[in-house]
Ligand binder design. Structure first.
Ligand code: DGY
Length: 322
């Protein structure tokens, strides 16, 4: 008798090659429309599947208590703050994510934000397209140098390290970092220095937040931290919205405590059109595109698919969350 193929629930649109790879090995339930599967559909279909392949969907008790055969949840994402890790563990389900493949791409995006805020790229693009470039521009539209300034990286993980390399080697910047400490060898090879959070905030021209969202990093940067920053410094967040207190950021910008911000992530995503940050010329806003290049999103989906297939066929997936 032919062995039953494992059944998997896929909540995202996937490239056809990746879907074909999974289809060969599993029976797949996929979204019926163009977009992502709705939460209601996920909750309805989860009961008899062996695996879940998803991206940033909340995997919590509500979902797990309905899943009677689930062996693995595979997230196409490096950050896994959407997982209730304790609940997943208590249901004896494996959990995986997709680190490494996106590191350089996210570091590129961080630098796009740094350059955009410092040289006022979106604002001046609008200025030209609106027909306002009628004579030589004056000081009111000048920006800030990026090269040879100081960058402070809050969260020196794999992506932080890629950002530090760009800052040091490409832009001759001094780089400070706060947690986590890399090996001394790497620290001296990169020429970067550890600083306390206060010291980093006080000295940096560009503060870049790249730390994962955990209970310890929730609202790590709030009113006190923005108050410590230099008034001509820029704040960049490409990790998770809730690592900062968004209202404190809005107040810091309104009160000119800092010069501007570059944000790829928000407390609420998609961000509400009423969010005050969207109305500020000195704030560059993006729709959480850190890893969103064709190649990187393909690679992430492939890693996610491989993790899923390994988990439902009794093998050990590569990127297990401990
Ligand atoms: C991730 O994978 O966690 C990133 O936020 C994607 O941009």
């Amino acid at each position: 008798m032919e062995k039953r193929k494992p059944k998997v629930l896929i909540t995202e649109q996937l490239p056809k090659e990746i879907l074909a790879y999974i289809n060969e090995r599993c029976e797949c339930i996929i979204p019926t429309n163009e977009g992502k599967m709705s939460r209601a559909d996920v909750l309805e279909k989860i009961s008899d599947v062996d695996g879940l392949l998803t991206s940033k969907v909340e995997v919590n008790e509500e979902l797990l208590s309905r899943a009677h055969r689930l062996k693995i949840v595979s997230d196409i994402s490096v950050g896994y703050d959407n997982y209730d890790v304790e609940a997943i563990k208590s249901h004896h389900v494996l959990a995986t994510h997709t680190p490494y493949v996106l590191d350089e791409t996210v570091a590129d995006l961080v630098f796009s934000l740094v350059l955009s805020v410092a040289r006022r790229i979106p604002e001046l693009d609008r200025f030209v397209k609106d027909g306002n470039w009628t004579s030589a521009i004056n000081e009111s539209l000048f920006g800030k140098d990026v090269h040879s300034t100081t960058m402070g990286i809050v969260g020196m993980g794999r992506i932080g390290e890629k950002i530090a390399r760009r800052a040091k080697l490409g832009f001759n910047m001094d780089v400070l970092y706060y947690k986590r400490k890399p090996s001394e060898e790497l620290e001296s090879m990169l020429g970067i220095n550890y600083a306390t959070l206060s010291e980093l905030l006080e000295r940096s021209d560009f503060v870049v937040v790249m730390t994962p969202l955990t209970s310890e990093t929730h609202h790590l940067i709030g009113e006190n931290e923005f108050n410590r920053m230099k008034s001509d410094a820029f704040f960049i967040n490409a990790s998770r919205g809730a690592v900062i207190d968004e209202n404190a950021l809005i107040q810091a910008l309104k009160n000119k405590k800092i010069a501007g911000a570059g944000l790829d992530v928000f407390d609420q995503e998609p961000v509400s059109p009423d969010n005050e940050l969207l109305k500020m010329d000195n704030v560059v806003t993006l729709p959480h595109i850190g890893s969103a290049t064709k190649k990187t999103r393909f690679d992430m989906a492939m890693v996610g698919a491989e993790n899923l297939v390994a988990g439902v066929t009794g093998k050990t997936p590569s990127y297990l969350i401990k």
